[in-house]
Design a protein around this ligand. Sequence first.
Ligand code: ADP
Ligand code: ADP
Length: 217
Amino acid sequence: MQQNIYLLGAPGAGKGTQAELLAKKLGIPQLSTGEMLRSARLEGSELGKRVAAIMDAGKLVSDDVVIALVEQRLCRPDHQNGVILDGFPRTIPQAEALDALFARAGRSALKVIAIDVPADEIRRRLSGRRWCTTCKKTYHITDNPPPDGPSCEGIGTCRLEVRSDDKPEAVEKRLQTYEEQTSPLLAYYRGKGAFYSVNGTGKISDIFSAVMSCLSA
Ligand code: ADP
Ligand code: ADP
């Protein structure tokens, strides 16, 4: 059966961390619009150049751009058994566009899991977040450190960087953007059926267990 899962939460709530674990466990791909946009920037593509300043300012890239990225991805053969959406949708128009895409493609209904983390914990997490520009994995300097020794795609050492949008000013703007444009999705999806909420504080493995319980509910 096709399993379509959407992780909803503020920046730093742990969506990417949980999505990666889910992808491994369920054998279905993670679709992260943030990751796709960061890859476009690393490649120096036209799209990457267009979105760089918007991302670094903590604002949202336009709905049309991200909807087109998701539409292309969902058509791929390896996305037909399901998908784990991480960071999309982020606005009501994006959610409506996704509903239309799902209806057109005859995909199974989304299971929505909201991950709830207080703002101060988010600030703490984002100040210690590091990502590898080669394998794209995300770590935290104290809470989720990279493994000792070779780890990057099994062949070398990760090249860890601070994301340019994890600077304190950009984090504050992203939290505000989340409140204004993304948090209305909580009510949008709560009214639609398969909606679950998990406490996103505590150990990564405990949160993962809570997420898995939602899926079997
Ligand atoms: P999001 O994708 O929602 O922005 P991430 O998965 O990138 O969030 O997590 C944000 C930061 O917090 C990362 O540095 C990650 O390693 C760390 N992190 C994720 N889950 C936890 C947790 N349960 N406790 C502590 N740190 C966490
Ligand atoms: P986080 O989960 O830590 O907020 P993401 O990696 O999901 O970060 O997104 C990073 C940035 O990429 C966002 O702040 C925004 O500028 C852009 N972005 C990602 N997904 C979307 C989306 N669905 N709509 C608009 N902009 C997006």
